[in-house]
Design a protein. Structure first.
Length: 273
């Protein structure tokens, strides 16, 4: 039985249209740290999803929840489901970012939807983000967050590798890589660095690789074939620390990250300028 009522959804939907405007100097040091965190070796290479280096969430300690995420409420509606994750994004690159100059980010809550199925209640919140510099739109993005119920308490197991190794470039981040990405994006969610919490509270078999980290790796793969005009991705399955991931291009405009068990962890579509 669903724990989410239509009245609750109606209340959360009152947040649609809520707007937040932020200003920030697009500092070169932050840009460089982000580039290193996503594994960029060549300073001349394009930085994948570069806007993610800026306008980072910065709650005070008192504003953090048990999981390390900001507490529910504030700009986003106060949805009580305990797990919150970055589910998908649609990004359009309309101009280059100029580091060393101020940018303006306008975030607007675009939609709130509820779904109920075998996995329990899922509430999706879509947020439109527009980054402007010198009066010109540089990046448009719609981010989708999913809120869901807690684990049933039974710990999950690590995926079993398939007999035939999946095709693709092997990517196997380690603890230090997860720490650097968390630091560069100011992400304090404990599933990425606190193993006892990830396994004992969240029920995962290992630390979780950040979805945006995987998205950045896929964007970098796609960018080898040209400058990106758009990049859209969906997270489909968690990636666990300690197992290889296979990054590959499966069509002219599609890339994906595949786990060692053959499951597609993330699928992305791209267009080129």
């Amino acid at each position: 039985m669903s724990a989410v009522t239509p009245e609750m959804v109606d209340e959360w939907r009152k947040a649609i249209g809520r707007e937040r405007i932020e200003y920030q100097q697009l500092e070169k040091g932050a840009f460089r740290r982000y580039a290193l965190a996503v594994g960029l070796q060549d300073e001349a290479a394009p930085v994948p999803l570069p806007h993610w280096a800026f306008f980072l969430p910065s709650p005070a300690d008192a504003e953090l929840g048990l999981d390390g995420h900001p507490r529910k409420g504030g700009f986003l509606p106060a949805i009580p489901l305990p797990r919150r994750m970055f589910a998908s994004s649609r990004i359009t690159f309309e101009g280059p970012l100029d580091t060393g100059y101020e940018g303006q980010l306008t975030s607007t809550i675009a939609e709130v939807t509820h779904k109920s199925g075998r996995s329990g209640d899922l509430v999706f919140v879509d947020v439109d983000r527009v980054l402007v510099q010198e009066g010109s739109v540089r990046v448009r993005e719609r981010q989708s967050y999913v809120y869901r119920s807690a684990s049933d308490g039974a710990p999950s197991s690590m995926p079993e590798p398939v007999a035939e190794t999946p095709e693709g470039e092997v990517w196997q981040p380690g603890e230090v890589n997860l720490f650097r990405f968390s630091a560069a994006t100011f992400n304090s969610h404990r599933i990425h660095y606190d193993l006892p919490y990830a396994t004992g509270v969240e029920g995962y078999p290992a630390l979780i690789v950040h979805g945006p980290f995987t998205a950045a790796k896929l964007a970098a793969l796609a960018a080898r074939d040209g400058a990106l005009a758009s990049f859209s991705f969906r997270a489909l399955a968690p990636i666990f620390l300690g197992q290889p991931v296979y990054l590959r291009k499966v069509a002219e405009t599609e890339v994906e990250a595949v786990r060692c068990d053959g499951a597609t962890a993330m699928s992305a579509e791209v267009t080129y300028k």
